[in-house]
Design a binder for this molecule. Structure first.
Ligand SMILES: Cc1cc2nc3c(=O)[nH]c(=O)nc-3n(C[C@H](O)[C@H](O)[C@H](O)COP(=O)(O)OP(=O)(O)OC[C@H]3O[C@@H](n4cnc5c(N)ncnc54)[C@H](O)[C@@H]3O)c2cc1C
Length: 528
């Protein structure tokens, strides 16, 4: 049996970037590691494909009608249900079950994790976002800088820079859709009105190339994000993993479901189930880094303790969706070379409270029309016509609220292996009302009555199950990610976030994983 310096469980953003920071060490990366299907491949542009291809049924709807999932089953992210994207969540209900009446969990067992489907929004936390953390911004900044150069981040030094941090090394922002450009122009004309109300608008920061690099072309505005995996312009941790494997920097073992670990005086031993023949295999290393996603890392910790009673905290950003309409664009031609990626960001820094809320504006041209079919109050044909003519006039503002641990929001591992989650729905609507009122000044209309408030879990920002504390207790980690009571086990994914600002969290997951792994690497060097 080989002996490794470090075993990393999981090949999502956290696992890949902890392995990346462990350079020079013997690293084993254990992963379930599902991959996208090899075919059929969608090449080109969504609208041109619709015209030129006789039949897109297999790619868009699928032989098992996967694309129509939300018509008959619980709503899942539109990106996760199309046939070519379904691998992202494949087998998760069977191999990593979560039961809940109050929380919609989405778990990925794919190489690259949930970031196979992510919107690639990458936001540095600011000192204000890190309140409640035992880690300072100065400790994360060098890793944000390194990540920015490594993955390629587009964006701008605009009104949102005080909230998004350093703009050094950013690539130019993506071209905006007509809808978003008009909204930004109106904001710029009425900036004083918006800023007095604590509202700022600017470009998003996206891990999307607007300038090509060797092996990764620049984004081509194909509008296929909902249907096609593996666009090289949109960063996926699987890219970095492939580079590390090719360079012999990590040993990657897909097809392994890590079950539990056991710590001994000189090493830690991980037991994993082979998904090829169901056999159990053990692996030994000097240290273990848990990066299986906030829910699965907690599952592994509880299973390793044989603890089916304790309740651990859980966090996700409460979210809401505000449809915005610019009436002058009803019936306008669709922008064929468009994008389903984030167009603009809105920060609401309420002057009267300390509340800080962040929202992202998306165009509505990416999803299938059937996705809105039953959300509108008219007949099927009227709804379809409405969707066709109104799509160019519509944007969706996805609002994230901050979150902190609350006593009722918790999860426990059941003896049958399922995680049981309870999450109380927080009230939402006040901020949404304020944003709606303000955006009328930008010529964009909406109403609180048509806002949607998805169930908890749909924020897809899972965190806080094994939080980082200055003085940790049981099922907590210290500021270096070391699990309480352990000498060799570290938690490097969102599980260790003590609170969640209203911001996409993955850039900080990656930066923090690098920070922790860099310390582990130094400690391993002292060991030698
Ligand atoms: C539709 C969508 C859009 C999103 N958009 C954004 C965005 O714009 N910005 C942003 O910041 N975040 C976004 N997110 C969230 C982001 O993808 C996650 O925060 C991020 O992927 C979490 O990284 P992770 O490495 O902690 O875990 P995951 O991505 O969940 O990866 C977990 C890894 O662990 C492996 N694994 C799990 N359990 C085991 C086990 N027992 N044994 C072996 N391997 C295991 C899996 O195979 C996988 O490789 C989005 C998510 C979705 C679904």
């Amino acid at each position: 049996m080989s002996f490794f310096d470090a075993i990393v469980i999981g090949a999502g953003p956290a696992g890949v970037f902890s392995a990346y920071a462990l350079r020079g060490k013997r690293v084993l990366l254990l992963d379930v590691g599902h991959r996208p299907p090899a075919s059929p491949v969608l090449e080109g542009n969504l609208y041109e494909l619709r015209k030129s291809r006789e039949d897109l049924f297999e790619a868009m709807i699928g032989g098992k009608f996967e694309g129509l999932h939300n018509l008959v089953d619980r709503n899942i992210s539109l990106k996760l249900k199309s046939p070519l994207m379904a691998y992202v969540v494949r087998d998760s209900e069977r191999l990593a079950p979560v039961v809940s009446d109050t929380f919609d969990a989405v778990i990925s067992l794919a190489q690259g994790g949930l970031a196979n489907a992510w919107g690639a929004g990458v936001y540095r936390f600011t000192a204000r976002d890190l309140e409640g953390w035992p880690v300072s911004l100065a400790e994360l900044d060098p890793f944000y800088d390194e990540l920015t150069r490594h993955i390629g981040v587009s964006g701008a030094a605009d009104d949102l820079a005080p909230y998004f941090g350093s703009a050094t090394d950013l690539l130019p922002p993506l071209r905006l859709s007509v809808f978003a450009q008009q909204l930004l122009n109106r904001y710029n004309q009425r900036k004083r009105y918006f800023n007095r109300r604590g509202i700022l608008v600017g470009y998003p920061r996206l891990a999307v190339l607007t300038v090509g690099r060797p092996g990764r072309d620049a984004y081509a505005y194909d509008n296929l994000e909902f249907f096609r995996p593996g666009n090289p312009a949109i960063y996926n941790p699987a890219f970095t993993l492939a580079e590390m494997v090719d360079a012999g920097r990590v040993v990657y073992r897909p097809g392994c479901l890590a079950m539990r670990y056991r710590e001994a005086a000189t090493h830690v031993e991980v037991t994993a189930r082979s998904l090829t023949d169901d056999s159990l295999e053990t692996f030994q290393g000097k240290t273990l880094l848990l990066a299986a996603g906030a829910l699965n890392s907690a599952r592994i910790v509880l299973e390793s303790s044989g603890d089916y009673e304790s309740r651990l905290p859980i966090l996700d950003n409460p979210m809401s969706c505000i449809p915005l309409f610019r009436l002058s664009r009803v019936g306008a031609p669709l922008d064929v070379h468009d994008s389903s990626l984030a167009q603009l960001n809105v920060v609401y820094d309420a002057p009267e409270t300390s509340e800080l809320v962040q929202a992202t504006l998306y165009a509505s041209t990416g999803p299938l029309r059937s996705d809105v079919l039953f959300q509108l109050p008219m007949s099927v044909s009227a709804n379809l016509a409405f969707a066709k003519y109104v799509a160019p006039a519509m944007g969706v503002l996805m609002v994230f609220h901050p979150e902190r641990p609350r006593p009722g929001n918790c999860m426990r591992l059941r003896a049958d292996g399922a995680l049981e989650v309870h999450y109380d729905t927080p009230p939402r609507g006040r901020v949404e009302g304020r944003l709606i009122r303000a955006f009328r000044r930008a010529g964009a209309f909406s109403s609180r009555r048509i806002c949607q408030y998805p169930r908890m879990g749909n924020g897809l920002h899972y965190a806080g199950t094994i939080p980082m504390k200055q003085v940790p207790g049981r099922y907590e980690v210290d500021r270096n990610g070391l699990l309480w009571g352990a000498k060799r086990v570290y938690v490097v994914d969102g599980a260790c976030f003590p609170v969640l600002p209203a911001k996409n969290l993955t850039f900080t997951i990656m930066a923090n994983a690098m920070r922790v792994a860099t310390r582990v690497r130094s400690a391993l060097e002292c060991d030698c």
